[in-house]
Design a protein around this ligand. Structure first.
Ligand SMILES: [Mn+2]
Length: 348
């Protein structure tokens, strides 16, 4: 199995009507998303899972990799499995993948979904993915969140004419994904449609302040300790508008922190006026083969470069303003290459 993120620009083969129809006839539906699920990954799968269950479909939900701390709170009584615990995914006739369509983000599921192009479908808002996974794809890179798309599937499955009429336990995960993927409505991806959808979700009963508290105001103390280490490592390259923070595997282990706790670390660096791109480099604990990869997270301001392109140079990808990759060059080597690429893009 290759660890490279083989991905290409991929396009829709179906729209929301056809995808909802494709799901409707299913007996046992499995929902999966990218490894290390975030708010949008969980929200986009959980909302559809609850709607599908409500119309009599037997639903399995599987997640893999490090999980966010609020996982139990948002899932509540809905059954799910964590693949890292060694459980195989629940049996399924059809499988819907949400918020990714790239093998590089689906490796734990590969044995179960590879080659099943007719029983697997994709709902995604990324610009690139692995088209060979499935022939049934609804891809909309204009959507700010996969949840913006899931909402359209949910209304169709339940036969309601407005998102405002969705059940509360569907509206809440949709708001979670919409809120987290837009930085709580600060990112340039926010369109009139996103705000109207948010209004409908509030009308359905979703309370965004509770979700903000759950996702952003509930950190373990280790996260603040790790942030202080990352801030101490900060290098500001104001001439090219780049800030870089580095977290070593030793920082993680000495604090008892996990790599996922670095999410959002770019924000204080982006608050600096002259900075257009913030990079957070995290040296991951060694894998089974003893390799220590560096996780690269890139965030860019509205007048900054397309960081998906920069991430692509490391074999990764993502969005114009938020992208990521993995590097085998170590912390310092990765920083050096990154600065070279970003200085080139600042010149061009
Ligand atoms: Mn997303």
């Amino acid at each position: 199995m290759s660890s490279a993120m083989e991905s290409a620009v991929y396009e829709s083969t179906v729209g929301p009507d056809e995808l909802a129809e494709w799901l409707r006839g299913t007996k046992r539906l499995l929902l999966v998303t990218h490894v290390r699920p975030d708010g949008d990954a969980v929200g986009s799968t959980l909302s559809i899972a609850r709607c599908a269950a409500q119309i009599g479909i037997e639903v399995g939900l599987a997640y893999a990799g490090e999980l966010p701390p609020w996982m139990g709170e948002i899932l509540g009584d809905t059954p799910w499995v964590h693949l890292d615990a060694g459980d195989p995914p629940p049996l399924f006739d059809k499988c819907l993948i949400c918020d990714t369509g790239a093998w590089g983000q689906l490796e734990p599921y590969k044995p179960w979904i590879a080659g099943k192009t007719d029983t697997v479908a994709i709902l995604d808002h990324h610009r690139s993915g692995s088209p060979e996974i499935s022939e049934t794809r609804w891809v909309d890179s204009e959507s700010a969140a996969a949840c913006e798309m899931s909402a359209q599937i949910c209304t169709r499955l339940l036969g309601v004419d407005s998102v405002s009429k969705l059940p509360l336990d569907v509206a809440v995960p949709l708001m979670l994904g919409l809120g987290t993927d837009t930085g709580w409505f600060r990112h340039p991806s926010v369109t009139p449609h996103v705000l109207r959808l948010a209004a409908d979700l509030v009308e359905a009963g979703a309370e965004h302040p509770k979700l903000v508290k759950m996702t952003m105001l509930s950190d373990p103390p280790q996260r603040l300790k790790l942030l202080s280490k990352a801030m101490a490592s900060l290098s500001l390259h104001e001439d090219v508008g780049v800030a870089v923070m580095k977290v070593s595997a030793e920082d993680l282990s000495s604090i008892g922190a996990s790599p996922g706790m670095t999410s959002g670390f770019a924000d204080p660096a982006l608050a600096v006026r002259s900075i257009k791109v913030a990079a957070v480099l995290v040296e991951l604990p060694p894998d089974g083969a003893g390799r220590s990869l560096v996780k690269i997270s890139l965030r860019s301001k509205i007048d900054g470069p397309d960081v998906a392109k920069i991430a692509g140079q490391f074999g990764g990808g993502g969005h114009i303003r938020a992208a990521g990759a993995r590097s085998e060059l170590g912390l310092d080597g990765t920083e050096k290459k990154l600065l070279e690429l970003l200085s080139q893009s600042a010149e061009s």
